[in-house]
Design a protein around this ligand. Sequence first.
Ligand SMILES: O=C(O)[C@@H](O)[C@@H](O)[C@H](O)[C@H](O)CO
Length: 356
Amino acid sequence: MKIGFGLYSHMLNDDYYKMAKQLGATHIVAHLTDYFHQSDTGAEDQPLGNVNKGWGIAKESQIWSFEELNSLKEDMAFHGLKLEALENFSPGFWHDVLLDGPKRDEQIANLKKLIRNMGKAGIPIMGYNFSLAGVAGRTIGPYARGNALSVGLEGYSEALQTPIPNGMVWNMVYDTNAPSGNMDTISHEELIKRYRNFVSEMIPVAEEAGVKLAVHPDDPPLKEVRKQPRLGFHPDHYKEVMKFNNSPNHVMELCLGTIAEMVDSDVYEALEYFAKNNKIGYIHIRNIKGKVPDYKESFIDDGDIDMERIIGILKENNFEGVLIPDHAPQVTSKAPWDVGMAFAMGYLKALVGSGK
Ligand SMILES: O=C(O)[C@@H](O)[C@@H](O)[C@H](O)[C@H](O)CO
C-alpha cells in the first residue's frame, strides 16, 4: 500500500507538493473543485458551509481539459509525486446529472470526456460522491484532543433538516439566479434510478479509458439529509451499490471515518469485505469518536478506529492502493491544517512502514 496526501484546489502548488513529499507521501489526491469560493463561513482549509450557500459557489462550468490535467500531473511528478486521483466533480458541471435536470445528457457527455481526458493523462481514479445534499450539516469546534479544532455533527440539527434551496446541489450553489423555493423531495428509489443510470453510462467509458470510478459514501451517513434521501448510510448499502455493476472500475472511495460514523457499522468487517472483493479505489483514513448524528473527528491515534488493526487488515489482503488522511484536526500553531496533516502522515507512515 502507498501513502498519499489529499490537497484542496488552493493547495495545488509547489510548496504543498514539497510538504507532501517531505512528509512521506508518494501520491496525491487532488480536489480541483474550489469548495471555498465566495463561501461566507470564513472556512479556509476545511470546507464547512451553511444552509444558504453550502460550501460556496461552484465556479467551475467547464470540465478539466487533458492539457490542464497533464500539466498538473507533470508539476507533481517534478516533485517525485504521482497524481493518483481527482476527487469530486464540480456541481458547476454535473448538477443536472444529480438532479436529472434538462442539461443531464449534455453533462453526462462532458463527464465522459473528462474521464477520457483523465485516461489520456494517466490519472487512474476519479473519486465522487453521488448525493443531492453533499457533505452537509458539519460543525467545527474544539472537539479533538487538547481542544484542537475539528469537524463533527451535534445531533440531527436544523441544518440537516432544512430543505435545499433551488440553485444548490451537492452542498454548493450552481445557479445564483435560480428562482426562489426549494428542491422537491425525491424518493430513495428515484435517487437509486439516477445513480444506476449514471453508473451504467459512465462505467463503460471508464473501462475504456483505464480509469476507476470510486464512490465516496454519504457523509454524514444519515437516511435523510435536507429532506433528501441518501445513497446509503450503512456498509451493507454500499455492498449493494457495488453490485449495481460488477466492473473492476466500479469501486469505493472508502472513507473509514464515514463508515465508522454509521450506526451499527463494523468498520473492520466493511474494510475486509471491500478489500477482499477488490472494491477499493483509495482510502480516506481519518478517525472519529461517536456515531451519527453525534460524532466528532479525532486525531488519527485517538478515535474509535484501531488504526493498527486497519493497517493489518490491508496487509493481510495485500492492498496495493493509496491511503490518504483526507483531513485531520487542526493543531494550534502558525499553520493548523498543515501541522494536523503532518501528524496524521507521520503516524500513518510509522504504522504502514512498521512491518506489522
Ligand atoms: O472535507 C473534506 O474534504 C472531506 O469531507 C471529503 O472527503 C469529502 O467528504 C469528499 O470529498 C466527498 O466526496
